[in-house]
Design a protein around this ligand. Structure first.
Ligand code: FE
Ligand code: ZN
Length: 512
């Protein structure tokens, strides 16, 4: 099976080479057009044509030169001056050809926070105790930036009759017929509450189990506590960071290379586009594109779920990464590529995930413009803070929150931002590692929050932050069909880092 796959791929690579050759000889082709039309081209004019041929259709340019010369009734020798005169204005500056402002842009990035070297799991129960203690403290610190936080008391103090405001992790939420029961713990004690007010019931339905909540309470006449208001750590109102230069980031995820449903053609078209070989009208966009971020599930992996072998085209993890890196090696080297693991990659599944090990993805490590990182990761790209997280816990958020569906993953991501935690729910589908420090607290306020995993392209703005779920490059699998997931593969979101605006390009069809 692998052999036929390679054969198909080789044919495609050959076509690509063929394209490549045709491109390089653009200036030569222009000259032969000119000759065929009875013109001669001076060597200096040819040099000039060659120097602009990667940014301009030189055949069209030579036609324009020829038209002007015929009109003016001039001789049939094309000089450097003739070519200069016909160049679009952005290429002119004195006698020399001026490069457009976007030709020399370079990536300016920083990996701000990355889990791989900080992973240090402890033993089971004790580890989880420490993890939750760290979670509580980190989230409390975020909460204390609220102006009314001086009123916060511990649950023990509250139970002695002091104070009306507590913060704790939400341990239980039980929906009863006409009320919701909550249990909150802050390490000093546990507080049980029942909520009957309709507006508050809707608010608490949005809370995620094991997240931090701040509760305003009042004792009732019968001695129980009544909930007055609920707050979450949340994002503050603030101005988001944007890039001073107009540069773009391509945010993708979930390629699933190796799967029978990996959309080779669409992904290959994306790479041709990044090399300006198709979709030429996007030349400027492509040149401004400095970053490509892959938020996990680059390959389909092996043995990820029962019966996966029937869905695999390439049932060898090394070959899967080999194919992925052959594809990524065709991306222009000026573009920085960041790759984090997802639940299909061969690295620890419990969060946070260390980077994909070199032993599986050796060819990826050899690509000079590729940076291989853990999940989640905080990046700064041209001054814009990006939080990249595969998104495994979105399954749990969607399953446990009334009204959320897989068609709007960005809304589930919004709840994670409000909770300031990437995977609060403990004991559901997402496994957490018993680390002494909770690396999944969203400590830094992201300007962009990028996830995948759901395979549905979706975006949302929340308090200025761009929330983006980046879709996939895999057609619908049987599993997704059973789960009612309709993916939106082959459509790539591109973010303008100077505005955080998103544009999309559809790579599922050939460019015309
Ligand atoms: Fe995936
Ligand atoms: Zn996934």
């Amino acid at each position: 099976m692998f052999l036929t796959y390679r054969l198909i791929r080789l044919t495609k690579l050959f076509l690509l080479r063929f394209y490549g050759v045709a491109m390089v000889s653009g200036a030569a082709q222009a000259v032969s057009e000119a000759l065929a039309n009875g013109f001669q081209v001076e060597p200096e004019a040819l040099d000039l044509l060659e120097s602009v041929s990667d940014r301009l259709d030189v055949v069209q340019l030579i036609y324009e030169v020829a038209r002007r010369k015929k009109e003016a009734g001039k001789d049939a020798v094309i000089s450097k001056k003739d070519v200069e005169d016909a160049l679009p204005s952005k290429f002119k500056a004195g006698a020399d050809v001026q490069k457009a402002e976007w030709v020399d842009l370079k990536p300016e990035f920083e990996v701000v926070k990355e889990p791989t070297r900080h992973i240090n799991p402890l033993d089971g129960a004790k580890g989880f105790q420490q993890l939750f203690k760290s979670r509580f403290q980190k989230l409390l610190r975020i909460t204390k930036q609220r102006p009314d936080s001086h009123q916060l008391r511990s649950i023990r103090e509250l139970q002695k009759g002091n104070g009306k405001k507590v913060a704790g992790l939400l341990l239980e939420r039980r929906m009863k017929k006409n009320r919701v029961e909550l249990v909150v713990d802050d390490g000093t004690g546990r507080l049980s509450l029942s909520v009957t007010d309709d507006r508050l019931k809707r608010t608490v339905a949005e809370l995620l189990l094991d997240q931090l909540v701040v509760l305003d309470v009042e004792p009732s006449r019968d001695g129980n506590m009544i909930l007055k208001a609920v707050h979450q750590p949340d994002l503050p109102d603030r101005a988001v960071n944007t890039s001073k230069k107009r540069v773009y980031a391509l945010l993708i995820s979930d390629l699933h290379v190796g799967s029978k449903t990996f959309l080779y053609d669409a992904f290959h078209r994306l790479i041709l586009w990044l090399s300006c070989k198709v979709g030429k009208e996007d030349e400027e966009v492509v040149h401004r594109l400095q970053y490509m971020v892959i938020a996990g599930d680059g390959v389909d992996g092996i043995g990820v779920y029962p019966g996966q072998e029937y869905d695999l085209e390439v049932a060898d993890i090394y070959a899967q990464y080999q194919i992925l890196s052959e594809l990524l090696s065709q991306v222009p080297k000026r573009i920085k590529i960041f790759i984090i693991p997802g639940n299909h990659d061969p690295t620890r599944q419990a969060l946070p995930q260390p980077a994909i090990p070199k032993k599986f993805a050796e060819p990826l490590y050899r690509l000079e413009n590729v940076v291989i990182l853990g999940n989640p990761v905080n990046l700064r790209l041209h001054g814009v803070n990006l939080l990249v997280y595969h998104g495994r816990s979105l399954d749990d958020v969607i399953a446990s929150t009334p009204g959320l569906t897989v068609t709007r993953p960005a809304l589930a991501m919004k709840l994670l931002l409000k909770a300031r935690h990437l995977a609060p729910i403990y004991g559901a589908r997402t496994s957490l590692s018993p680390e002494p420090e909770d690396h999944l607290v969203i400590e830094d306020e992201p300007d962009i929050f990028h996830s995948g995993h759901i395979h549905v392209l979706d975006s949302e703005r929340y308090k200025g932050t761009l929330i983006l779920n980046s879709g996939s490059w895999q057609g619908q699998t049987q599993y997704q069909a059973n789960m009612g997931v309709e993916p939106t593969p082959g459509i790539a979101p591109i973010v303008d880092l100077s505005t955080l605006d998103v544009m999309v390009r559809d790579f599922t069809r050939p460019f015309v």
